[in-house]
Design a protein around this ligand. Structure first.
Ligand SMILES: C[S@@+](CC[C@H](N)C(=O)[O-])C[C@H]1O[C@@H](n2cnc3c(N)ncnc32)[C@H](O)[C@@H]1O
Length: 239
């Protein structure tokens, strides 16, 4: 089981990577409104620092978060003491209960670097879903991961982050080197991490979902201004 963010779990929120959970929370709230009800229980696979639990967790929704990274879970437990967090691989975790909704958000599907690993997550999501429940996830498309092919430098008062990415079209895989210089007292601490994300053909994803028993599938572009064929990120709602 890989700890893909390494020491970056400590800096994840500070670097603003938790902000995407805010967009997901808005989408999910709109979905709850459309359906006329909130889920009572949610399993958040690859939950990261628990930002979504913080944003959506109220007394009505009971969250269980699963993540492979002890550092991410440390942050999540501090942020959401009322939620349950479990350290496990999203493909392998086995919980005693079933849930109204299973989530797998913000590039988590892209962190599954083989189709068989992604497939096992789909089967596991299905295994933990109550009848009539929903499995919701997003994924960067080849176009989305191609956008990683650049070098960016971001400065803030307490840090500088340099990201240098490449995309391999044949392997449908992006690699990015994250280098952060974080101010600690009078000095800057350097932290480096190589991050890999892979993507898959949409038809292949749909086929695997259907085989996992998730055959009612709605796919939309995450960004409503993009046509689905050109989308950088797709949003899947399955049941
Ligand atoms: C980009 S973060 C997204 C976190 C969170 N879902 C969010 O929306 O902010 C991806 C997360 O996937 C976790 N992860 C990667 N591979 C995993 C695996 N096989 N099983 C469980 N978690 C995994 C990482 O530790 C990280 O917390």
């Amino acid at each position: 089981m890989k700890n893909v963010y390494g020491d970056f779990s400590k800096y994840y929120d500070m670097l603003g990577w938790n902000l995407f959970a805010g967009l997901c929370a808005e989408r999910l709230k709109a979905f709850f409104k459309l359906r006329g009800e909130k889920p009572e229980t949610v399993l958040n696979l690859a939950c990261g620092t628990g930002e979504l639990e913080k944003l959506l967790g109220d007394k009505e929704i009971k969250f269980t978060g699963v993540d492979a990274s002890p550092g991410m879970l440390r942050e999540a437990r501090k942020k959401c003491p009322g939620a349950r967090f479990v350290k496990a691989d999203a493909a392998e975790v086995r919980l005693d209960n079933k849930f109204d909704m299973v989530l797998f958000l913000f590039d988590s599907a892209n962190h599954m670097c083989s189709l068989s690993h992604l497939n096992r997550v789909f089967k596991n999501a299905r295994r933990h879903l109550k009848k009539g429940g929903y499995f919701i996830f997003d994924i960067n498309t080849p176009r989305g991961l191609k956008d990683w092919e650049n070098t960016q430098v971001r400065h803030a008062e307490n840090y500088t982050v340099i990201t240098s990415g490449v995309y391999d079209e044949d392997e449908m895989t992006a690699e990015v080197i994250l280098e952060a210089f974080i101010k600690e007292g009078r000095y800057y601490k350097k932290t480096v991490q190589l991050l890999t994300e892979k993507t898959y053909d949409t038809s292949e994803i749909i086929e695997r979902l259907a085989k996992a028993g998730l055959d009612k599938i709605i796919v939309t572009s995450f960004d409503p201004s993009e046509e689905i064929e050109d989308a950088g990120r797709l949003w899947f709602v399955c049941s």
